[in-house]
Design a protein around this ligand. Sequence first.
Ligand SMILES: Nc1ncnc2c1ncn2[C@@H]1O[C@H](COP(=O)(O)OP(=O)(O)O)[C@@H](O)[C@H]1O
Ligand SMILES: [Mg+2]
Length: 236
Amino acid sequence: MLEIQGVTVNYGAIQALSGVSLTVPSGTKTAILGANGAGKSSLLRAISGLTGGYGGKIRFDGQDLGPMSATERARLGIAHAMEGRRLFKQLTVQENLELAWSFGRRGTPLKSALDEVYGRFPILGERSRIACGLLSGGQQQMLILSCTTVRSPRLLLLDEPSLGLAPIIVTQIYEFIDEFARSSGVTVVLTEQMAMLALKASHHAVVLRRGTVALEGASAGFLERGASSELSAAYL
Ligand SMILES: Nc1ncnc2c1ncn2[C@@H]1O[C@H](COP(=O)(O)OP(=O)(O)O)[C@@H](O)[C@H]1O
Ligand SMILES: [Mg+2]
């Protein structure tokens, strides 16, 4: 279980998050929604240890993450796919996967972790020796996601996995997330600006507005109520 209590993140004079609290039960998927600048990425960065510090408490399976470095959190099984497809662009597909594996829990031997990725995304296998900067946007997103799954994660943080991708690729990426979550039992926190997509892919949804929680509830409830007006009010 992930417990976030009163989390505050500042960048100098800019307050990106103020007093955000939420609980994510193990094995569930939570969508963090909100407009650009609402604080979605800052929340994921606070969890994975990339903000350099935060106020409040974040606990994962009862352990306080506060004193732990990003590397220690990665070893614990927290894997963060950052927005904007951050990869080592000059390294090959396989080198990126190997590097990602080495930072994780090493729950699976490297060879079988790679075989699993190439079985799931054959195109990555075919292009394993190619610098990943040469892949298409969709292929890079498959690689980014695979760089988290090879780490045998217990908590998966996905920052806007659909951003800038063609609809057919988005569908494929979300099917993959769903299937991986189901088969591995991993806990997922994902962010999106596109609400409908993320609601369909999650159990629970939280809307951030200017660094605070504006709205939260069961994703199915939002969908049943046809929540677009409710949501757009919270986005403003
Ligand atoms: N590294 C940074 N330095 C200064 N301000 C930042 C930095 N990262 C984010 N911000 C600011 O913090 C706020 C929240 O940003 P962010 O967490 O990226 O929101 P979102 O992911 O929802 O778009 C915004 O006002 C943004 O401009
Ligand atoms: Mg963001």
